[in-house]
Design a protein around this ligand. Structure first.
Ligand SMILES: Cc1cc2nc3c(=O)[nH]c(=O)nc-3n(C[C@H](O)[C@H](O)[C@H](O)COP(=O)(O)O)c2cc1C
Length: 193
């Protein structure tokens, strides 16, 4: 598959994607992912972890998504309903890209220490995770057990690819391409009838 994103086709029109961005070096790629999801017609709401904010800014992701970015449970404003629960309710999909070993562990074990993992527990939408990490972290039995458990729970996982990793190693752990993530999101949200 080409790494070139497909042309806009509005296949995700009417769909709400909550894009979780966690603290991987690959978080900078989420800017392109937001743009491509929007180009495909999705309404995109970004939720960032505190660690993700070391790699990319909410200003960038908010500007590209054209929606407010959620960075904390404790700074929500608006109506009586907690903002993160409202997001969980309206999500057709919670897509986490990049997904850290930490968030994979949170999701697999029902831990909700932050806004992203809380939305996971609260949503009835589809959930897709795109791991990105050092190959040793990815292949660690704990990470693999967590991913297997998520699979059993119905979470779709897009496997990382082989390549040069930011940590200096070669191997698997590199986040799947934006084109792959976009295609799998479209496939999942627009199943053939
Ligand atoms: C430079 C740097 C790069 C990192 N890259 C990754 C990564 O690719 N994947 C990962 O799972 N953790 C990575 N980490 C560690 C996470 O940021 C750390 O586990 C953090 O607690 C994750 O928080 P979050 O899951 O709430 O975003 C990295 C840390 C640093 C300092």
């Amino acid at each position: 598959m080409s790494d070139q994103p497909p042309a806009s086709n509005a296949l995700l029109s009417g769909k709400t994607v909550v894009l979780g961005v966690s603290g991987s070096i690959a978080a900078y790629k989420s800017a392109d992912l937001v743009s491509e999801l929007r180009r495909a017609g999705a309404d995109v709401f970004v939720v960032m972890t505190e660690a993700a904010s070391h790699f990319i800014t909410s200003l960038t992701l908010g500007t590209l998504s054209r929606n407010p970015v959620t960075t904390s449970m404790w700074e929500e404003e608006g109506g009586w309903e907690p903002g993160h629960i409202e997001l969980a309710d309206r999500a057709d999909m919670l897509l986490v890209a990049p997904a850290t070993a930490n968030q994979i562990g949170n999701f697999a074990n029902g831990c909700a220490p932050d806004v992203l993992s809380s939305i996971y527990l609260a949503t009835k939408g589809k959930v897709m995770m795109v791991p990105a990490m050092n190959g040793k972290m990815y292949h660690h039995p704990t990470t693999q057990a967590n991913l297997a458990k998520l699979g059993e729970l119905g979470v779709q996982v897009i496997e990382p690819v082989e390549g040069e990793l930011a940590c200096g190693y070669e191997g698997s752990g590199k986040m799947a391409s934006i084109a792959t993530i976009l295609k799998k999101t479209i496939d999942s949200l627009t199943p053939a009838s």
